[in-house]
Design a protein. Structure first.
Lengths: 291, 310
């Protein structure tokens, strides 16, 4: 019983960490621009696919992985510069369609260049499972959790202890006021797209040895990351991390104890319940409407 | 103003009457029928998105309920197709109302999230309940008998959907000019202000959401009977996006924009088929370019350019 429970918990937390990274990406961009970036999932896919592509083309693993983070970050910046900045202040639905268009372009290009096959990466430190109370844990899961934890700590430091981070926070609270005190808000927008694309790509790379990747995995991963961000209260960094882990664990438990064929539905059932009963998410603040 | 609004309807009816005589072959006939079906769905969705300012990313789910009601109920339970269609629409309306009440107290992205979730759940249910729905492979749909004869030929279908489209346009034009329509537009302008002048915003939003969901469900049934086969793709997330895109590209809050959007986006995949493998890239690029250069959509942008309001 306990062994089975632990097993589900391990796999849930591992996948949940990827959702958490994606949710942090949503949060960063939402805070900087009020845009929900539906291309977020494609950055996760891009990270995994590029890591596979670069390692297969013979680059040493650290170089390949670094490139697989840098290239998506550049793509993220391009999306922001070419598609989001020109339509500043457009209606929500217009922005949603633009990011969906961007996601189609990214997915389509990967499909054309790298094909429709499913790929895998070798695990970073072997496939020898670790036994804990009858359950097994892959070393790769430790990589996923460890790196996610480091990223969360680094982000906390960045937003609370550095001037740049504080400038980004200030912009998310009040753009006009931030501009008045001399913060370059278009730099903030630029940074938020670069960072969230890099976060997504990192998640995609880490989880690929466990879950495999192909050109079309981005849609579901992105949508679940979005669910995680909303569960935690849209715009709340801590909420995004907790939301991601929660979505991952509930999904794994649901798949294990209820029905594995309804696994993908579980995050969406969860989000409907949360929206019905605590409409601002778990950690969202109260908001008031301006006339 | 009023006169010019209905002029458009007369022109549309004239085009619809002439069209079957100039369409060269069955391929274009099929395309025209699918365009008209999509146009009716988009009209309904545009009432929600364009006039009430609410986003639904799960409308294909409602379409799927209608389509599968028309497939499953007659096949497995021997229901009359019209009864099945009505049952599908009623179920969709009920579900939409049930979900809408709590959701519409929220705004913007939360609503998009909730409708997206609902659509995905419906799609997953259709894919998994294979004993009823045929699962991912889909299932055949019995033909629709109307007043003693079976609707099978494309010609007959054309006249049915052309009639449905004309009625929907007429109904939409009237609805927009009714007190209900005015309330909706007020709501889009400023929710707080419309509340102050006595508009019950939650009730109006629920009503329009249910209406557009029922539109989608009914047209889902029509699609199922016309094609004679249903697959879960009808109800998937991408199809929901396509429908929203039709609204936005044609022009939000524009009745004729809805038709233009539906016509263009139904034809687009056919046109892009020549790109072999690059369809997705081209489709995405076109979406982005349209939104960047014409954020208000085609019809309102062109109307503004040529100096006459719709």
């Amino acid at each position: 019983m306990l062994a089975q429970f632990l097993q589900f918990l391990f796999s849930g937390v591992t996948v949940g960490a990827t959702y958490a990274l994606a949710a942090l990406g949503f949060t960063l961009i939402y805070n900087a621009s009020n845009v929900i970036n539906f291309a977020q999932g494609e950055f996760i896919m891009l990270g995994g696919m590029l890591a596979v592509f670069f390692t297969m083309s013979g680059l040493p693993l650290p170089v390949a992985l670094a490139l697989a983070i840098i290239v998506p970050a550049i793509v993220g910046v391009l999306v922001e510069k070419l598609a989001i900045e020109p339509v500043k202040g457009a209606e929500t639905v217009t922005l949603i369609i633009i990011t969906i268009g961007a996601s189609l372009v990214i997915r389509g290009l990967v499909q054309v260049w790298l094909g429709k096959n499913t790929h895998s990466l070798p695990a970073f430190s072997g496939d020898e499972p670790i036994h804990i109370l009858g359950a097994t844990l892959l070393p790769q899961s430790l990589w996923v959790l460890g790196v996610t934890a480091l990223v969360v700590i680094a982000l906390w430091y960045f937003f609370n202890r550095t001037l740049q981070g504080k400038a980004m926070l200030a912009t998310s609270f009040n753009r006009t006021a931030a501009e008045l005190v001399g913060i370059n808000t278009s730099w903030v927008l630029f940074m938020s797209f670069a960072m969230s694309a890099a976060l997504g790509a990192l998640g995609g790379i880490l989880v690929t040895p466990i879950t495999l990747t192909s050109y079309d995995v981005g849609i579901m991963l992105g949508l679940k990351g979005f669910v995680a961000a909303v569960v935690g209260g849209l715009g709340n960094g801590l909420g995004a991390v907790v939301g991601g882990l929660l979505v991952g664990v509930l999904e794994a438990m649901g798949a294990g104890y209820i029905s594995s064929s309804y696994k993908d539905a579980i995050p969406f059932v969860l989000i409907l319940f949360i929206l019905f009963f605590m409409p601002r998410g778990l950690f969202g603040g109260k908001s008031t409407d301006r006339v | 103003m009023k006169k010019s609004v209905f002029t458009g309807l007369y022109i549309l009816i004239a085009i619809l009457i002439v069209l079957p005589f100039v369409i060269p072959n069955a391929f274009y006939m099929d395309l025209a029928i699918r365009m008209a079906i999509n146009a009716v769905i988009v009209l309904g969705l545009n009432l929600l998105i364009g006039f009430a300012g609410q986003i639904s990313l799960g409308h294909a789910g409602f379409l799927g309920i209608g389509a599968y009601a028309s497939a499953v109920l007659p096949t497995h339970f021997g229901w009359h197709p019209l009864l099945a269609m009505g049952a599908g629409a009623a179920a969709t309306g009920l579900l939409a109302a049930l979900v809408a009440r709590p959701i519409f107290k929220l705004k913007g992205h939360y609503l998009a999230m909730a409708t997206l979730g609902l659509g995905i759940i419906i799609n997953i249910a259709i894919r998994n309940e294979a004993q009823w729905t045929g699962g991912p492979d889909g299932m055949p749909v019995p033909s629709l008998g109307l007043f003693g004869f079976d609707l099978t030929s494309d010609k007959h279908w054309y006249w049915v959907v052309a009639l449905l489209l004309s009625i929907s346009v007429w109904a939409s034009l009237n609805l927009i000019d009714s007190p209900f329509g005015r309330a909706l537009r007020a709501l889009h302008g400023s929710e707080v202000a419309s509340q102050v002048v006595g508009v019950d915003i939650v009730r109006y939003k629920v009503a329009i959401f249910v209406l557009s969901a029922v539109f989608a469900s009914l047209m889902g049934s029509v699609t199922a009977h016309y094609v004679g086969f249903v697959t879960p793709n009808l109800a998937d997330f991408f199809h929901s996006i396509e429908l929203v895109t039709m609204v936005v590209i044609g022009g939000m809050a524009s009745v004729y924009g809805s038709i233009v959007g539906a016509v263009l986006l139904t034809a687009l995949p056919q046109a892009l088929a020549t790109f072999e493998g690059w369809e997705t890239v081209a489709f995405g690029a076109i979406l982005m370019l349209c939104m960047i250069f014409m954020p208000k959509g085609l019809v309102p942008t062109l109307a503004a350019k040529f100096g006459k309001g719709e």
